[in-house]
Design a protein around this ligand. Structure first.
Ligand code: BTN
Length: 247
């Protein structure tokens, strides 16, 4: 992964760059990295703050021959890969909040946006968008992010070599993707669980169907989050925003 690489000074969103390349037949593993994004996209229609030269803003093209229903598992796989790479390169104790936010001390340092394009229920391609707040300084965080986001530099007190971290993320992605293709989701799910800061917590999830509250008890095989509600009934959440109760 990352052997076909497009490096850009500025773009609207690396997701759009990869989408164009994919539509023109680019191969799996194609990677686009931008120094700055002018319309960086987050999950649920949010904007992703992507200042110049400070972070890692990149998108990776995947072409798995899998049904569209496998996309949530690829999202979790990407979170595991980035989490392991960040831990190995920086030594910072990063954890995963379901499904795919990376947190340090309860603050977000990385977001993942996996977009899938399908045909006849099968994935044509996926774009794994990864945004890592690597070398942002406190002043780089707009007021609305100051209390909920942080960066690797703020947490460790030193600059991260972005090229080294990008290389580590690609190596982990390639390794875990290979494992997933050979053995299915179970081993990835176990790795995810080991890095999760969600399991065991009392949470409230806002879903399109309404709010669910209870204790997060683990991952379900398709990649959903199992929640034990007050009345001891188990429910599975497939999308939504997790809030830790009491925070
Ligand atoms: C989130 O909301 O947590 C997901 C954020 C994903 C941001 C990355 S940065 C690289 C890629 N290009 C985008 O426009 N978004 C993703």
């Amino acid at each position: 992964f990352g052997r076909t690489l497009k490096l850009m000074d500025v773009t609207t969103s690396t997701q759009e760059e990869v989408r164009l390349l994919a539509e023109h037949g680019a191969s799996e593993g194609t990677l686009v990295i931008a120094e700055e994004q002018t319309i960086g996209r987050g999950r649920q229609g949010r904007k992703w703050h992507s200042p110049a030269g400070k972070g890692i803003w990149m998108s990776l093209l995947l072409r798995p021959q899998l049904p569209l229903s496998a996309a949530p598992q690829l999202t979790l796989l990407t979170a595991v890969a980035v989490c392991r790479a960040v831990r190995a390169v920086t030594g910072i104790g990063v954890g995963i909040k379901w499904p795919n936010d990376l947190l340090v001390r309860g603050r977000k340092i990385c977001g993942i946006l996996l977009e899938s394009v399908g045909e006849d229920e099968m994935i044509r391609y996926c774009i794994a968008g990864i945004g890592i707040d690597a070398n942002l300084e406190p002043d780089d965080l707009p007021p609305e992010l100051a209390s909920i986001a942080t960066s690797l530099q703020i947490e460790s007190g030193r600059k991260v070599d972005r090229a080294v971290l990008i290389g580590a993320v690609m190596t982990e992605m390639e390794k875990l993707y290979g494992l997933y293709m050979e053995e299915g989701f179970a081993p990835i799910g176990h790795l995810w669980e080991a890095l999760s800061v969600t399991t065991g917590q009392h949470i409230t999830v806002k879903t399109a169907q309404g709010e669910v509250s209870g204790r997060a008890v683990g991952l379900e095989e398709r990649g959903g989050l199992l929640v034990m509600q007050e009345d001891d009934s188990l429910t599975t959440i497939f999308s939504g925003e997790v809030h830790f109760d009491g925070c």
